[in-house]
Design a protein around this ligand. Structure first.
Ligand code: NAP
Length: 258
């Protein structure tokens, strides 16, 4: 593995397509690479002007204890980075900045009992990492994961999420997880059809999941489509929830995805 002050050179070890425009991939991980679940990495691929490296931020979907790194990506139409990335295959090289970034981490919160994780699309990735952190399961009484996508095939990682209850390591905690799927552009049995904002505003989500949003208990993370993040944030701020700031823990932590 060649190294540089700012980044390491890693190898793609696995690529998993979910749909024509949605895929996950794994890379080797430098032994010195550290991150807190919920953070993102900066990944580089060759192909910029004069074969320079083009860099983009990608939330890490894998666990802090995994030997590999995993990422979840869309192919953005006409997007220079993701179209290159989507052509990468096992054995190809990718660059990973040595630093990890971001504040969508549970250490932004104090004293909550219910952790709400609201994701659209690939915004699911940081929550997968957070869900693989044993501290999350130990700290909270309820973990509420909401995954919103347009169509059913985009419900990536559903098996993994449902698999916690059968997992040797997580089964004892798995009863704490409440998982809601939202599919907005086609009817899917058992999934909600309305946007998360509508389900929050109407109280339908809380009622269905049997957990109330509450200032003392609820700590809420939002990740994905910037409009969803903004609309949900507004709605929650109107209900008296506060954004966590550095040195001032609140109820909300947010990450825009593009
Ligand atoms: P998306 O438009 O983000 O939709 C995903 C889910 O979020 C859908 O259920 C959608 O509902 C819902 N949603 C969208 N806006 C919302 C809002 N304001 N409030 C509540 N829910 C909302 O679709 P996507 O397939 O994940 O991404 C779409 C496109 O975004 C991609 O094709 C790509 O071009 C771009 N994108 C770019 C990046 C990047 O890194 N550059 C990353 C991800 C996505 P509706 O069906 O009702 O809209």
């Amino acid at each position: 593995m060649s190294a540089n002050d700012k980044y390491t050179t890693e190898t793609i070890t696995d690529v998993r397509p979910w749909t024509d425009s949605l895929f996950s991939f794994r890379t080797t991980r430098d032994r010195g690479y550290r991150f807190v679940p919920g953070q993102f990495a900066r990944l580089g691929v060759r192909g910029g002007a004069e074969d320079s490296i083009v860099w983009r931020a990608y939330s890490i979907a894998s666990a802090a204890h995994d030997e590999h790194l995993e990422f979840f990506s869309v192919v953005v139409l006409g997007g220079a980075f993701t179209s290159r990335l989507s052509k990468l295959k096992e054995g190809d090289q990718i660059f990973v900045e040595r630093r990890s970034y971001g504040f969508l981490t549970t250490d932004r919160f104090e004293s909550g009992r219910d952790l709400w994780m609201l994701a659209t699309g690939t915004g699911l990735a940081p929550f997968l990492s957070i869900l693989h952190d044993f501290a999350t399961w130990e700290t909270y009484e309820n973990l509420i994961l909401v995954q919103s996508v347009r169509t059913q095939p985009e419900l990536a990682y559903e098996d993994l999420i449902r698999g916690f209850e059968k997992s040797e390591y997580y089964a004892e905690f798995a009863h704490k997880l409440r998982y809601a799927r939202i599919v907005t552009r086609e009817p899917v049995p058992g999934a909600f059809g309305d946007r998360v904002t509508k389900l929050l505003a109407s109280g339908v989500l809380e009622e269905n999941l049997g957990v109330k949003l509450d200032h003392d208990r609820s700590r809420i993370m939002l990740c994905g489509n910037p409009e969803m993040v903004e609309d949900s944030r507004k709605l929650l701020v109107e209900r008296g929830f506060r954004l966590s700031r550095r040195g001032e823990p609140g109820h909300l932590a947010v990450e825009n995805y593009w």
